[in-house]
Design a protein around this ligand. Structure first.
Ligand code: TSB
Ligand code: ZN
Length: 584
């Protein structure tokens, strides 16, 4: 998809189109007040106060029609500049504009306005020269958006749209949007009964349904096996901690706005944990460690709670209650490079297993000038950053460096992916931390009998099971590989009178082997049942007719294939076993 924001011409057109939208809205809703209308990757939006009116998608065609009219009017888009005071006077009836203008620092700031016919908006520009240049646009959706993103403020109407230079580009974009909608994990999640949400449980608190729970369990088993082989030790710790725990870790000072408020129980004050690091620090500190014991790798599938803005929560991808595939690796400084390398290798292995190809590595480094944000030990930072870079180069990974994006406690590597709808998100992460071990006074005894402080690597390969599942749903469009599929095999007797008994026999054989298998014994036509099996994206549909009964065979059709293949039961079981072991 073309990134509108990164294309200069399209960026200007989309910004102008946002003004065209505002002009049309003003014609149709004369009391409308306008907040901001920026260009985004996908096009543009405008946040608008329409009083009590809540827009729906049904209102968009009329607005679009009015935009077309304004475009045809062919009005020149004219820039003029006024002083801050003049601007305050001119827009005195518009509290949103007054808010914007008042926040411009200097008294003598020059403020630019753009006018097109009867409509003027405060704006830095630049814009196209005339409204008639804006012909190929489409309004895409409407949603509520709190003023300044704060849920205590009024809810505004946000209208999204996109504009291109010609009809073909616009059509292509609309096609892409439609495909993305079909792939959206929220849509597929509903169709395949993977997860749900309910107002009584709360925003951003998904409920995993039986089908989704099967996928999650498989993911847990998969990564647990891998981590066992790599020497991880898994623990279970509570999803709350006292406020004091998070004061010790520094989260209370630096991360409080992302946390749920605290609650009192007897004389203790608890918070729902947003991260598991403090608990794992205490697990480490529970024992004395020698330099020979390190690295120690404490893993957990750990539930966390984070306050995410209500407008940001999204299906399983961005939730307020999540389960991390978390681990904290306690290493000696001389082991940083090796251990980081193992984490990167694990990430690459996992992505290969899942066939994930479209991702980017982001190496977040400190800004050496920013002495306030980053704790001050230049040598340590330089060495650590160099080690991370070397590992990525060794693997031949392409990555981009984000200066000033490191956490205050150390550099990190994130893996970014693009969901079907919306901006990029981070899946895997590996973060170096020099500070937390000090805060918890962690130590190990070195080979001369002296106390030393270990370094910690925070890492999550899937990120969270929630986000990873969202991603996998979109990657596979719900057609999961056999090992992940909620239902793996679907047995369809051609005729219940003659073929049901043998079908049931096969059902029992396959169930005994531990496969997730269903038998469709409804009195429906074969074609209908086959279509439904495909709609449910079941990997194998087994058709059992007279030939199969007579020869004690099964005939199957794989999802996405037209071919029907007949095998003996034993051959079929072998095939399935192999596919399950390979987890491909
Ligand atoms: C890796 N303390 C570290 C941990 O040890 C940590 O919490 N890192 S994190 O903040 O980056 O979160 C880990 C991963 O959780 C992220 O990489 C991301 O994939 C996932 N994640 C973060 N926020 C959300 C959310 N709101 N919904 C779903 N997944 C999320
Ligand atoms: Zn952590």
């Amino acid at each position: 998809m073309i990134n509108i924001k990164e294309n200069e011409r399209l960026s200007i057109m989309n910004h102008s189109c946002a003004h065209l939208l505002a002009q049309a809205v003003k014609h149709l809703y004369p009391n409308a007040l306008f907040w901001v209308g920026p260009v985004i990757e996908e096009g543009f939006y405008y946040d608008i106060d329409l009083g009590d009116k809540t827009l729906t998608e049904d209102d968009l065609p009329a607005i679009e029609k009015e935009m077309k009219k304004c475009s045809k009017d062919n009005k020149r888009i004219v820039r003029h500049e006024i002083s801050k005071n003049e601007a305050l006077r001119e827009f005195s009836n518009d509290p949103y504009k007054v808010d914007l203008i008042s926040r411009m620092d200097e008294e003598d700031t020059v403020i630019s306005c753009y006018s097109q016919g009867d409509f003027t908006d405060l704006c830095r520009g630049p814009h196209v020269e005339s409204t008639k240049e804006l012909k190929y646009f489409k309004l895409l959706k409407v949603s509520g958006a709190y003023w300044k993103g704060d849920s205590k403020n009024k809810m505004l109407q946000r209208i999204y749209g996109v504009c291109f230079e010609n009809q073909e580009d616009l059509d292509n974009r609309l096609k892409e949007i439609e495909e993305a909608k079909q792939r959206d994990h929220r849509k597929i999640g509903k169709e395949l009964n993977l997860f749900m949400s309910h107002d009584l449980v709360g925003k951003g608190m998904p409920l995993w349904l039986p089908n989704g729970a099967i996928i999650r369990k498989q993911l847990e088993n998969y990564i647990y096996e891998k981590e066992q082989k790599l020497g991880y030790q898994h623990v279970y710790t509570p999803c709350v901690g006292t406020v004091d725990l998070y004061k010790t870790s520094g989260h209370w000072a630096h991360y409080k706005e992302n946390m749920f408020p605290s609650m009192k129980v007897d004389d203790e004050e608890f918070v729902l944990r947003p991260m598991n690091c403090p608990h794992h620090m205490l697990v480490y500190a529970n024992k004395l460690h020698s330099y020979r014991d390190l690295p120690i790798r404490i893993g957990e599938f750990a539930t966390d709670f984070r306050y995410e803005a209500s407008g940001a929560v999204k299906g399983l991808e961005r939730v307020r209650c999540m389960c991390q595939n978390d681990a904290h690796l306690f290493v000696r400084p001389d082991q940083i490079g090796d251990e980081f390398k193992k984490v990167v290798k694990l990430i690459l292995d996992v992505y290969q297993d899942f066939g994930i190809k479209n991702y980017t590595f982001r190496l977040s480094l400190r800004d050496p000038e920013d002495k306030e944000k980053y704790f001050d030990d230049d040598d340590m930072w330089n060495e650590a950053e160099e080690k991370l870079r070397n590992v990525l180069n060794e693997f031949g990974c392409e990555y981009h460096e984000a200066i000033g994006e490191a956490a205050f406690y150390g550099p990190k590597l994130d893996v970014e992916v693009k969901p079907a709808v919306g901006p990029e998100v981070t899946l895997s992460t590996c973060q170096l931390d020099f500070l937390l071990p000090r805060k918890f006074e962690l130590s190990y005894i070195d080979n001369e009998g002296n106390r030393q402080v270990p370094v910690v690597l925070h890492r999550a390969i899937f990120g969270t099971f929630d986000r990873f599942t969202a991603f996998i749903i979109e990657e596979t469009k719900g057609a999961f590989p056999l090992w992940l599929s909620p239902v793996q095999l679907n047995i369809i007797p051609v005729n219940n009178t003659y073929h049901l008994e043998y079908s049931e026999e096969i059902l029992n054989i396959l169930k005994d082997r531990g496969y997730r298998v269903e038998l469709d014994n409804r009195e429906e036509k074969l074609g209908y049942k086959m279509r439904e099996s495909v709609m449910k994206k079941i990997p194998y549909s087994l058709v059992i007719g007279q030939k199969e009964v007579d020869n004690r065979t099964v005939s199957y059709r794989k999802y996405g294939c037209e071919e029907t293949i007949t095998l003996t039961i034993n051959e079929f079981v072998e095939l399935i076993d192999k596919e399950l072991t390979d987890r491909k």
